[in-house]
Design a binder for this molecule. Sequence first.
Ligand code: ACO
Length: 328
Amino acid sequence: MSLQAVGVLGTGKYVPERVLTNHDLENMVDTNDEWIVTRTGIRERRIASPEQASSDLAYEASKIALNKAGIAPEEIDLIIVATITPDMSFPSTACILQDKLGAKKAAAFDLSAACSGFIYSLANATNFIATGTYKYALVVGAECLSKITDYTDRNTCILFGDGAGAVVLGPVAEGRGFKSFELGADGTGGDLLKIAGGGSRCPASPQSLEGKQHFIYMAGAEVFKFAVRIMGSAAEDALRKAGIAKSEVDLLVPHQANIRIIQSALQRLDLSEDKCMINLDKYGNVSAASIPIALAEADEEGRVKEGDCIVLVGFGGGLTWGASVLIW
Ligand code: ACO
């Protein structure tokens, strides 16, 4: 069976209006702008309003992506939302988004792979289209991390922000589109990055609230070491699978967790910083939304041209990682 080439037909992003700066955080925890900028590269992040949930952010980003692709919601066959901050346990945020968009014929589900969730979702949707099961898919990364962040914990609260990015995938000309995916997981590192409460192991209770188990817990230094190792190697593996040399890469679009992690990946890939999309200074770490927001922003800024070789790469809780090579 010959496989249909699959690529990106349109991109969109949405970030909430409210800006939380490093200086604002200085008034909330024992930290300072200089520490945050030198250790992470982050200067500010966006924060959703109390009324906004992940599906609301996803909806705004999706409308832009659909519009750019020239595809009506009714034509979408599949919606996948990557998120660790779903509106609720169920129904899925993808089903809520399907309703908001009026994408009546679309199958819809959420995918949980933390910050790697968007690349995992792209791989899923691409395979559905490549094999002819579906024609058009909407893939979204959407997060309201501010709702699961402990703003008394300086180790984590400086890192995270809210936002959504969306892409419409569909058939493209032979030679274009996604050339490879490299996905991986190491469940032995699951305890390094987690929300322990609210699931079937530790349901919500006065004790779970008291123990702050509904907030993100992160062993930062361990996650950092893992990230430095995996970002470069996952990207290299994806390039090898695609049969493309590092020197042919036009743009790296990495997960926006920490500038030092991105710099180590650039070094490993022999790429200069001008070949990398970096926007973590404005948005912080938006987990599954960070790669699609960065891709949409690269598209908006005219940084991706037809035929360009783009490498997407991310890592996150699970532990998980994912990389993909895309010819624009
Ligand atoms: N302000 C000032 N000092 C701080 C702050 C802060 N906000 N946070 C920590 N410190 C202190 C620590 O307490 C520590 O002090 P101590 O030595 O007296 O104990 C000191 O700074 C150094 O701490 P480190 O943890 O060694 O700092 P590091 O340089 O490793 O940076 C950071 C910490 C930014 C969290 C880094 O480890 C990191 O980026 N880790 C990866 C996080 C990540 O990428 N997560 C992604 C996944 S998210 C997801 O999937 C949802």
